[in-house]
Write a protein that binds this ligand. Structure first.
Ligand code: FO1
Length: 314
């Protein structure tokens, strides 16, 4: 039962955590967005990769979903006191992770190798990989100009109006080692409930990746419930780009990539329109309030994938 999941930030990490609990060791690869990565205080920061690693290691902050639980902020306080940039909150434990990653990257190790080693050190058996070892950077076109992703997301709190996105470097990037093989052998590909514009789109922009995923049965879980994102600016982005934010809009967004789509009970009225796209729908409780919800939703998604397109796959 080989499964490949595509994930961005907190919502994606939570479903990936549920999938990891449902599947036997070795059956899950999580491909993570690195378009959000940036250099800050001289360090290589990979927010989505870290959110997925920390969540699967069960050491993520339960409050924010990103960063570490049991965190302290002495280094950041010192930086602030000295007048340095403190808008991006890096905790002390988290800083150690970035320092060591930066050292390894500077010594020439690829990000995929560093990530694998870190996961092993944390006891995470799941294969978590960056989408690419090559540098891809998300830029956001807004009414105040073009902004690097974290500048838009954290520093300006997603306030500027979005006009579009650019994934710098994507066109020349290559999928990280093992990704194409895993996609080729996958029984299904699950697009986690991550932001379609800035978490999933950069992954699909890595040349070859979308086409390889499309060869398999792809099931997406809606990150929008009742027209709102559980977390983050996805709904705001749809609105600012002139699209009514809804689960149906997400299904349309992924278009012919999908064979299945999972949406919440509150959006059940949209299921016939999803089906009319040629995509089978599953209406369920798509909100992950706690760890039990993650596992329940993951199992439902896996069971749904199994029923799709006739043949028994698991
Ligand atoms: N998100 C914030 O809204 N504010 C922060 O200060 C912040 C710090 C941060 C530090 C490490 C990390 O791994 C993630 C962090 N995030 C923060 C989350 C992150 O920037 C975004 O959630 C993602 O890039 C979007 O998926």
């Amino acid at each position: 039962m080989k499964v490949v999941a595509l994930a961005g930030g907190v919502g994606g990490a939570r479903l990936a955590h549920g999938l990891a609990r449902c599947l036997p060791e070795g059956d899950l690869m999580v491909i993570v967005n690195t378009g959000d990565d940036f250099e800050h205080l001289g360090l290589a920061i990979c927010p989505d990769l870290d959110t997925v690693c920390y969540t699967l290691a069960e050491i993520a902050s339960p409050v924010t979903g990103w960063g570490r639980a049991d965190e302290s902020w002495k280094a950041l306080e010192t930086i602030a006191r000295l007048g340095g940039p403190d808008w991006f909150r890096l905790g002390d434990r988290d800083l150690g992770w970035h320092l060591e990653r930066t050292r390894r990257l500077q010594s020439g190790q690829p990000l995929s190798q560093v990530t694998r080693d870190f996961c092993q050190a944390l006891g995470v058996a799941v294969d978590i990989t960056p989408m690419s070892d090559d540098k891809v950077r998300t830029w956001v076109y807004t009414d105040v100009g073009e902004l690097p992703f974290q500048e838009y997301f954290v520093r300006r709190r997603c306030e500027p109006r979005v006009q579009g996105f650019r994934f710098e470097g994507a066109e020349h990037s290559r999928p990280a080692p093992g990704i194409m093989e895993a996609l080729g052998q996958a029984d299904c590909v699950i697009i986690c409930p991550s932001n379609p514009w800035v978490s999933v789109a950069p992954i699909l922009a890595v040349p070859g990746l979308r086409a390889a995923a499309a060869e398999q049965r792809v099931v997406a879980v809606s990150p929008l419930i009742g027209g709102q994102a559980v977390k983050g600016p996805a709904a705001k982005m749809y609105t600012e780009l002139g699209i009514d934010p809804s689960a149906l809009a997400v299904a349309r967004h992924y278009g012919d990539l999908l064979v299945g789509f999972v949406l919440d009970h509150v959006d059940a009225a949209q299921a016939p329109d999803v089906n009319a796209l040629g995509v089978q729908s599953l209406v369920t409780d798509a909100l992950m309030r706690d760890e039990a919800d993650r596992q329940r939703l993951a199992q439902e998604v896996l069971d749904f994938a199994q029923t799709l397109a006739g043949s028994a796959i698991f």
